[in-house]
Design a protein around this ligand. Structure first.
Ligand SMILES: [Zn+2]
Ligand SMILES: [Zn+2]
Length: 305
């Protein structure tokens, strides 16, 4: 399972339909978040994502609309008896932020919050995947993230294994995992019955940014690109000034990188009633695009499925 749930999709200001930025990723039951804007925990309840299996929060930058959900969320988790540590990753200032968080209000948390500073190229190893920091371009220090799954074993040739005399059962899974096995004194090699390893899935999340090189490179052939799409193309000058992207710019990057699917998020409040201008700009350049909505979920399939 690789399920992405958009808890907040608004740009800078919440509106009645959109909370500020927050994205939950559920990978085989482990939860991680990218940004955690105000109101994120109630959105988790509405989307029924759960919160106790949350291991990490990856912050793109310390503008309020990307972090204000954290104080309330950690208090709730403490109240509910969490003891597992939580790691907050982010650019410079993440240590100070975690210190402030721990000093905020008259409460003592029942679990530890760890701060981990990330810079371009830093890699966090998780169980079966990595999260890599990308350099983005915003008006404060900012990073984006790539979630990159480890390669999967190749396809198992069941017919061939049977032909080679391997009895159906546990030896199959050993062979599939790359181990050679003995059958009646003969060695059956894994590589004889398992095809070439297949790529895992990749998700890119930009946070707030102008279109930039690092995101383009990381997005090459990505399964899902979640890009800043704050404004329509007619507001390009404004997007440049505020260091955001237009829908058309994000679509052009998606097309160049050859991503499978593009989701635009951080939608300006000026489009709260009608996202048609954004959709038109993006669709003119890249077909497989969605404008994110709060509480929307997307399952990311393997490419060969
Ligand atoms: Zn923002
Ligand atoms: Zn920002």
């Amino acid at each position: 399972m690789l399920l992405v749930t958009f808890l907040g999709t608004g740009g800078s200001l919440p509106t009645k339909n959109r909370n500020p930025s927050a994205i939950m990723v559920n990978r085989d039951g482990e939860l991680i978040m990218f940004d955690c804007g105000e109101g994120a925990q109630q959105q988790m309840m509405r989307a029924k994502t759960g919160m106790m299996n949350l291991s990490s929060i990856f912050i793109t930058h310390f503008h309020a609309d990307h972090i204000l959900g954290i104080p309330g969320l950690v208090q709730t988790m403490s109240f509910q008896g969490r003891t597992e540590p939580l790691t907050i990753y982010g650019p410079e200032w993440v240590e100070e932020f975690v210190k402030l968080l721990s000093a905020l209000g008259y409460y003592k948390l029942k679990f530890e919050i760890r701060a981990a500073k990330m810079e371009r190229g830093d890699v966090v190893r998780m169980d079966g995947y990595s999260v890599v920091a990308l350099q983005t371009q915003h008006n404060v220090r900012s990073i984006g993230y790539a979630l990159v799954e480890d390669p999967r074993p190749g396809r198992f040739d069941r017919k061939k294994a049977v032909e080679l005399g391997v009895p159906v059962g546990p030896l199959f899974s050993k062979l599939h995992k790359g181990e050679d096995v003995e059958v009646d004194g003969r060695t059956i090699r894994s590589e004889d019955v398992v095809g070439e390893s297949r790529p895992g899935r990749t998700i890119i999340y930009t946070g707030d940014t102008r279109p930039c090189k690092d995101v383009l490179e990381a997005s090459e052939n990505a399964d899902l690109l979640i890009h800043d799409g704050t404004l329509a193309d007619e507001k390009l000058e404004w997007a440049k000034e505020a260091m955001h992207s237009t829908a058309g710019e994000a679509a052009a990057l998606a097309r160049k990188a050859g991503v499978k699917k593009l989701v635009l998020t951080h939608i300006s409040s000026r489009y709260s009633d009608d996202v048609t201008p954004l959709m038109n700009d993006a669709k003119a350049i890249f077909e497989d695009v969605i404008i994110a909505e709060d509480l929307m979920s997307i399952e990311v399939p393997f490419r060969d499925e």
